[in-house]
Structures are given as structure tokens and as C-alpha cells.
Design a protein around this ligand. Sequence first.
Ligand code: NAP
Length: 253
Amino acid sequence: MLLKDKVVLVTGASQGIGKAAAIGCARHGADVVINYHGDDAGAADAVAQIEALGRRAIAVKGDVAEASTAGVFVRAAVEAFGVVDVFVNNAGICPFHAFLDMPPEILERTLRVNLHGAYYMVQAAANQMVRQGHGGSIIAVSSISALVGGEMQTHYTPTKAGVHSLMQSTAIALGKHGIRCNSVLPGTIETAINREDLADQNKRDYMAGRIPLGRLGEPDDLAGPIVFLASDLARYVTGAALLVDGGAFVNLQ
Ligand code: NAP
């Protein structure tokens, strides 16, 4: 019960890592407000799973790429549950595409959702935490891609380096308010974002073989690290980045 009676907000929580993080926080006693974009059934299922744990949850639909979505989301959380204690910026897209003929629309959309969306959301959550006056914890779901490149991800990796950098700068800007800002850097986690890419069994085997812990990640692998950073166990941790990749990053050979 590391988050007993805390109010946790998670963006992009209708499936994948965000959904696992939302449910993981509820398992530790939190009430949860989730944002999502299109998957109504997934969002309803996340709410149902949280309620089944005896906690409260609401889902608020909205496109994080729109600046106005952030204020709507945070206000809905405050109206429903009174405060914002923890904010998890997770929503993101990765439409795999080669570099030389990258369509401007794909580049623009990826930057808008992953980076602008994170900025607006973190800003809105931070303003609410500052108004409340008792600190808080902000966690961004960055990626191992903040540290390494990807041939088909030239539009995506800069956004993940960007949200990690945002956490470093906001850690400084918000430290005086007792608000901690950290990022988690997942390795390859099996979700809808990479389903097509991982459909190739040879590629899966190659990737799993490069991971010291011997398997690809699953969304629930992120829940523990996010709960930890959200909780008072991490009370002196800010501006940090936690790799959650089964050891993939350190395995050069
Ligand atoms: P996912 O299963 O595809 O889930 C993405 C979530 O983000 C969904 O809930 C989706 O909502 C939401 N979303 C997408 N665009 C949105 C928008 N414009 N506004 C609001 N919500 C939006 O992907 P995932 O793998 O869990 O990815 C979650 C985060 O982890 C991303 O930031 C990604 O970069 C990061 N990450 C993933 C991996 C990996 O290997 N899977 C590795 C490193 C980092 P709807 O489905 O309702 O549209």
C-alpha cells in the first residue's frame, strides 16, 4: 500500500504500459484518473479493473496533442477526487517509418503527441500541485530510445530523449515546490505499439536473445518502478532516469 489514498493521473492508459501502471497504482491503494484517445473499451476495462480492487477511477477521453486537453484532464481529476498527487505522462505513439522519405505528417504528429503532449500535461499537473502546496511526483514514460538510436524511429527517439530532458529541467524548476520529476526508460515491452514489428519470429528471438534477463518485457514490468518513483520510498529521488529493460542497454555484444 505504497500509494494509499493518493490520487494518480495517467495519460494513455486504455492499454499497454499506461493501463498496467494505472492498475498497479490502484493495487497500492491509489484512486486513478486515466486519459486515453480512442480505445473506449480499453479505458472502460481499466476503470472496471481498478474498481474491482476497491479503488475509485474515472476515464477522460482526449487527444494530448491538443493543449486544451491537459487542463480539461486535470480539472476533471480535481472535480472527481479533489487533488492531484502523482502524474504519469505515458501517452505516446511510434509509427515506424524510414528516415529518407519520412512524411511530414507522421513527423509532426509524433512530435505533437509525444513531446508537446507531455509538455502541456506536465505543466497542467505541476500547476495544480503547486496550488495544492504539498508537493507531488511526476513520472514520464521515456524509453531506452532516449539513449540509443533506431533506424525506423528517427522521429520517435528525439521525442523520448525530449521527455527525459523535460523531467531533468522540471526537476529543477519544481524542486522548490517539493515536486519530484523522474523518468522510466522501458526497453522493448510487448504492446500494440510494436505488435507489427514483433510479428516476425526471427526478430523476436534475436531481440530476446540480446536481453540478459532472456525475455521481452510486458506492461506490468513497468508498474513496480512507476509505483516506486511515485511513492515516498523515492522521496529523495528527482531528475533521475530508471532503465527498465531487462539489461538490454548494457549488453553491447
Ligand atoms: P500502446 O499499447 O499503443 O498504448 C498507447 C496508449 O497511449 C494508449 O492508451 C493510447 O490511447 C494512448 N494514446 C496514443 N495517442 C494518444 C493521444 N494523442 N492522446 C491521448 N492518448 C493517446 O503503447 P505502449 O507501448 O503502452 O506505450 C506507452 C508509452 O510507453 C509510450 O510513450 C511509448 O513511447 C513508451 N514506450 C513503449 C515501449 C514499448 O516497447 N512498448 C518502449 C519504450 C517506451 P488509445 O489506445 O485510447 O488511442
